[in-house]
Design a protein around this ligand. Structure first.
Ligand code: FMN
Ligand code: SF4
Ligand code: SF4
Length: 332
């Protein structure tokens, strides 16, 4: 079973490409979270995967919250032990220590050990910070991402072990400083141009956290659950939404996969048993054991963090370029 979270489609495209090769079921974290669905039937020994974007070199807060609530229902009633567990993190550039942090969260919430971590570089959708690039650049990046997702899927089928993600420069330094992974997100900068908005409700329907509602024919942002996936902003059909002042003149970005597969519901409905589990069947996994994870020590590099003179050359090394260390398969 592969769980994915997506705002603009890159992670869905990656998960979809992978599932075609691995023949795993796909589950949309955004839609499940929206619907309050956290219990899933699994077979002992099946592969468990998580595909999601990196936000400020951290795990999206909605993914962390979902993991906290997630529960597995197994045929024998015992805690779920996957045969192989991986995460594939999509990014514009690199993922820093996000995979390490995710491994820790997974262990804490479900007592499941992450066997492998990968990254997939695609278009950087963070248009509140930078442009998504020219249409030709985006096309090339989408194409390269598709090839990377296929390569990851073959590694998953081979049950390859280790951390193979591109951590990027200053990677050891960033986790502690990542604001978006854990803290409330500022929704104040969201604005709508009422003269452009057609009141279609797409932004509210796509919001996985119920932050957007339609009031008097236009969106309103409320609450402290926003995960800054930018789905509302990027996927408004008439570009009526902005965040601060910088997005107004920037292109919007949506992965072409959504042109082929229009809504997240399509994928979900096609792949998942939607029956509501009996709470008595839901198995909570074992107790949390503190994993052996190094804490990052210093600050990090822009555009997602500030540089730090204390980082070592190793910190600056790119895991992919250096042939990221693979580990032996750990004992459970
Ligand atoms: C708020 C925010 C923060 C981001 N931070 C990073 C980052 O730290 N490093 C990076 O390489 N890409 C970053 N990105 C880019 C996304 O991770 C990347 O475009 C991802 O593939 C988007 O996935 P999606 O289309 O499934 O939503 C960020 C995007 C957003 C919206
Ligand atoms: S998606 Fe755009 S047009 Fe539709 S309601 Fe939201 S802001 Fe208005
Ligand atoms: S308000 Fe917009 S950016 Fe925030 S979670 Fe909802 S769709 Fe994503």
């Amino acid at each position: 079973m592969i769980f994915y979270f997506t705002g603009t489609g890159n992670s869905f495209a990656a998960a979809h490409t992978m599932a075609e090769i691995t023949h795993d079921e796909l589950v949309d974290i955004g839609e499940s979270y929206r619907m309050g669905r956290f219990g899933f039937r699994v077979e002992q020994g099946e592969t468990l995967g998580f595909v999601f974007p990196v936000y400020d070199r951290a795990v999206p807060r909605i993914v962390s919250a979902f993991i906290d609530w997630l529960a597995f229902i197994t045929p024998n009633g015992n805690p779920f032990v996957p045969g192989y567990c991986f995460c594939a993190i999509t990014c514009g550039e690199s993922v820093g220590t996000a995979a390490k942090a995710f491994a820790k969260e997974l262990k804490a919430a479900l007592n499941i050990r992450l066997d492998a971590s990968y990254s997939i570089e695609d278009v950087d959708n963070c248009i509140i910070k930078h442009s998504p690039g020219s249409p030709e650049e985006r096309r090339m990046r989408n194409h390269a991402a598709h090839r990377q997702a296929r390569a990851v899927a073959f590694s998953v089928n081979a049950k390859r072990m280790g951390s193979m993600e591109k951590k990027g420069a200053w990677s050891a330094a960033v986790g502690a400083l990542s604001a978006l992974g854990s803290h409330a997100i500022d929704i104040e900068p969201f604005t709508v141009d009422r003269s452009v908005c057609v009141g279609c409700g797409t932004c509210a329907r796509l919001c996985p956290t119920h932050t957007v509602t339609i009031e008097n024919g236009a969106p309103r942002w409320d609450g402290d659950q926003c995960t800054l996936c930018l789905a509302c902003l990027q996927r408004c059909p008439v570009f009526a939404i902005d965040y601060g002042t910088r997005t107004h003149d920037r292109d919007r970005y949506v992965n072409p996969v959504f042109k082929r597969t229009p809504t997240r519901l399509t994928a979900l409905a096609a792949s998942v048993d939607m029956t509501v589990p009996d709470p008595d069947d839901v198995v909570r996994q074992g107790e949390y054991e503190e994993p052996d994870v190094d804490e990052p020590s210093a600050a990090a590099l822009s555009p997602y963090a500030a540089p730090d003179a204390g980082a070592t050359p190793d910190d600056r090394a790119c895991a992919h370029e250096n042939g990221a260390a693979e580990t032996d398969r750990p004992a459970r």
